[in-house]
Ligand binder design. Structure first.
Ligand code: NAD
Length: 508
């Protein structure tokens, strides 16, 4: 099959990719939208239990040979995958914008951060070396090695359809596991194309399988005993369900959930830079990022007045429209349903008594009147307890909260149920250091609004933003996708009779 044959064409139905073949399971299909036009661009098949079972069987069958493939050979295939991703970057990026709606530059950023994890995975032979100690006892040597788990499942959200799957399967696969990916049903084409590119790079059939679907497919992955581990990224309610169900079924699970990321603006901050950074972090990708800043906590009335004024000016200049037009800064929301939900939050914020400084609800984009566009919204005088403060809205809505001190700002962040990302804008090193040291959040920025760790570190939040012990990608992923085995060996010299020892072995 040529690569051309698997590129999702408009009007086609995206199926599944099992054991190196495209599989149609069209009992149930749902529409995939182009969010900029509101039109259905194609359909996606929802996998039945049988189809998911076939994918798990293919991964199980591929496991013994892949497990025994030398890490260096696995890494070479990974390297070819990286090269093919680079060659086909524009096609993947176009699919991201077509199905997610994010502007092309943003889609490129997502794609490149995914490729960085593939680059990290190319170094797996070094990461999988293990540890060795000679003479742990008389003539006894010991070593620890990292062995793959078997079949791993990955379940991913709509907001990073290329990058988040790449947080998972490159590291899982290079560690010797085989994989079944269940991407979001809202934008299935980019992960499908990437999986096919991996095959083109020489990955044996069955090592990476993709099933499209919804909770029926997920339930099958969680209950099948052949699946050893599950990586999940998505909303907190589903993350908690995945963690509880998966672990109850004896699987290793990491489940990354939602967020409500606060940025503190201190009175001594560079206000111009802080306002620019807030704009990108709040409205980039239409606020559909788990690391988006959705609350700006301003310390002091003067800070708040300055920041609100500067944000207002910048929102006036924000260009909202079709993501394929490179003049635009912000695209549409993912679906009409999500648009209604986000708009509902803005209505509720007004009812709750927050001051709606900029109202994006009336926006209409010329020529794209049926697209799912919501303009940037800015609330001031937001208070804890309001739904717009407590809930993850996942849209272009920034809430300003006014406080009197850094302690008060940090108290708010610590009291919030989520703990994914946060950031402080300040020129004061001591304040920044105190913040980084004490705040109860997993990823912290100092004058960096989106502190998404690079591929050599690991990604994860605290509190209800992550269920499990190990983070995504980076060094934690080697630990998540392997079992440690420690082997202790002695080769008695010929003829030496050894006495039975009843005491616990020690170096006494
Ligand atoms: P979602 O939870 O609705 O869906 C995520 C995945 O779970 C999808 O593959 C979906 O098909 C599946 N799913 C949905 N409902 C299910 C159910 N009831 N049972 C079983 N499976 C189900 O999330 P989304 O709307 O696609 O993505 C947005 C969410 O993801 C936001 O909350 C965002 O913060 C979060 N997110 C978190 C991170 C992180 O690293 N912490 C990264 C990206 C996105």
């Amino acid at each position: 099959m040529t690569l051309q044959a698997i590129k999702p064409e408009p009007g086609s139905t995206v199926g599944h990719y099992i054991n190196g073949e495209l599989v149609a399971d069209s009992n149930r299909v749902i529409p995939v939208f182009n969010p900029a036009t509101g039109a259905v661009s194609r359909h996606v098949a929802m996998a039945s239990q049988d189809t998911v079972g076939r994918a798990i069987a293919a991964a199980s069958e591929a496991f013994p040979a892949w497990r025994n493939t030398p890490p260096l050979k696995r890494a070479r295939i990974m390297f070819r995958f990286k090269q093919l991703l680079e060659q086909h970057a524009d096609e993947v990026i176009a699919l991201l914008t077509n199905e997610h709606g994010k502007v092309l530059d943003d889609a490129r950023g997502e794609f490149l951060r995914g490729v960085e994890v593939v680059e990290y995975a190319c170094g797996a032979p070094e990461l999988l070396k293990g540890e060795h100690t000679k003479n742990v006892g008389p003539n006894i040597d010991s070593w620890s090695e990292l062995q793959p788990l078997g079949v791993v499942a990955g379940i991913t959200p709509f907001n990073f359809p290329a990058m988040v799957p790449m947080w998972m399967y490159p590291m899982a696969i290079v560690c010797g596991n085989t994989f079944v990916l269940k991407p979001s049903e809202k934008d299935p084409s980019a992960p499908m194309l990437c999986a096919r590119l991996f095959s083109e790079a020489g990955l044996p059939d069955g090592v990476l399988n993709v099933v499209n679907g919804d909770k029926e497919a997920v339930a099958t992955l969680l209950s099948d005993p052949r699946v050893e581990a599950v990586s999940f990224v998505g909303s907190t309610a589903v993350a908690e369900y995945i963690y509880q169900t998966g672990t109850r079924n004896g699987k290793r699970v990491q489940a990354l959930g939602g967020a409500k990321n606060h940025a503190i603006v201190m009175p001594d901050a560079d206000m111009e830079n802080a306002a620019s950074a807030l704009m990108g972090a709040a409205f980039g990708s239409c606020g559909e990022r788990c690391m988006a800043i959705s609350v700006a906590v301003c310390v002091g009335e003067e800070t708040a007045n300055t920041i609100v004024g500067k944000l207002q000016q910048r929102i006036d200049e924000l260009k909202v429209g079709d993501g394929t037009d490179s003049n635009n800064d912000m695209g549409p929301l993912i679906t009409g349903e999500h648009f209604e939900k986000v708009k509902g939050y803005v209505d509720q914020g007004v009812t709750e008594g927050a001051r709606l400084v900029v109202d994006g609800r009336g926006l209409s984009v010329a020529g794209r009147e049926d697209g799912f566009f919501l303009g940037a919204c800015l609330f001031d005088q937001v208070k804890p307890g309001m739904r717009i403060y407590e809930d993850e809205i996942f849209g272009p809505v920034l809430c300003v909260v006014r406080v009197d001190s850094q302690e008060q700002a940090m108290g708010l962040i610590d009291a919030h149920e989520y703990g994914n990302g946060t950031c402080i804008f300040t020129r004061d090193g001591e304040a920044a250091r105190y913040f980084a040291d004490n705040i109860r959040v997993g990823m912290v920025g100092i004058n960096v609004p989106l502190p998404v760790p690079v591929a050599t570190h690991s990604f994860g939040g605290w509190k209800r933003s992550l269920f499990g012990d190990l983070y995504a990608y980076g060094p934690d992923s080697v630990r998540f996708y392997t079992h440690r085995k420690t082997i202790t060996q002695r080769w008695p010299s010929g003829g030496v009779r050894e006495k039975t020892q009843f005491s616990f072995p020690s170096n006494d």
